[in-house]
Write a protein that binds this ligand. Sequence first.
Ligand code: CMC
Length: 392
Amino acid sequence: MVGEFKPGLEGVPAALSSISYVDGREGILEYRGIRIEELAKYSTFLETAYLLIWGVLPTQEELAAFEHEIRYHRRIKYRIRDMMKCFPESGHPMDALQASAAALGLFYSRRDLQNPEYIRGAVVRLLAKIPTMVAAFQLIRKGNDPVSPRDDLDYSANFLYMLSEKEPDPLAARVFDICLTLHAEHTINASTFSAMVTASTLTDPYAVIASAVGTLGGPLHGGANEEVITMLEEIGSVENVPAYLEKCLQTKSKIMGFGHRVYKVKDPRATILQQLAEQLFEKFGRDEYYDIAIALEKAVEAELGHKGIHPNVDFYSGLVYRKLGIPTDLFTPIFAISRVAGWLAHWKEQLAENRIYRPTQIYTGQRNAPYIEIDKRTAADTEALIAAGAAS
Ligand code: CMC
């Protein structure tokens, strides 16, 4: 029996999951039952990743062992670096990341999905190597050799170091680590669903992550954080905010960093990110775009707040990354570095009770259409087929 068609599968439950919980009306996000505000305050990204993937907070010994394994696996094979050197410098870093993540499957091709040690090895490798690959492409496209990870630096400080070749300020590293925690998981969004569909075929975890990276890149999903900065650049000054908003409303174009399929109030992550941005501005100087962002948030609230359109996670994350000196087109790869934790948690959950995803469709095309030989086809035939929906 075919059920009711819901465009974008809105509101259709596609899985049972105990990984994260969102209450879009109250603005609540929990990972394994723990509020995001608590995790942002007290946890670290790697501890949160462990929580998401194994379902419980690690003991001190478990966390130390996990961090140690990740430190040990941060390096990438020289052949992966050489492969990345062949990528065009003008290519988007998300495409470079997707290709590199998929390439890991060539090097670690044994697939043993029933074996907990294999699962742990893949989790560790992906969490460890994805940041190194993002940083490597950044240096390679500038014409430099990638730098090796530094074993004396923790996960986030090491990533910022690999990106800039400078040891980061401790506040910058801590703020960045909180950003990773905030983006680590968010129920079944498009990229997570993509990971789950790929996982359900029992393919290897590198293909799972590569498919999720490809999905995250779109401007309606992870790519929105880059678009927010482009939009703030385009607005240019606080005085231009009303005219910009008016134009968006008239042309019915989306204001980037606003709106969410689930949240109908301000995204709790946006609130935390705004506070982090302010901490950075206090120490390193205010960002000129922050005033535009605040004015835009106020104006959008007034015009669209009643429709449940409020800032989402992407609205303030770009301002934080900009203050950390990160190039705009790395914002989405950084989202991916973090979301790998959530994707892996869903991969593991999917494997525990797998059934291949195979939804149905409602066919709207022609039936029993004639095959017209090529020399007898006319433009009118093609138009008739298009009108009948067969060529759409
Ligand atoms: N600006 C202006 N109007 C909006 C916006 C926006 N950003 N978002 C939604 N609306 C309006 C939309 O025009 C529609 O109005 P109406 O009912 O009058 O036609 C109504 O709100 C419902 O919008 P929708 O597009 O049907 O909602 P959705 O649940 O399908 O889309 C969304 C959610 C996130 C794709 C959308 O809000 C959007 O495109 N936002 C801008 C891009 C963005 O910031 N994306 C990041 C999302 S959060 C992080 C992530 O998922 O990666």
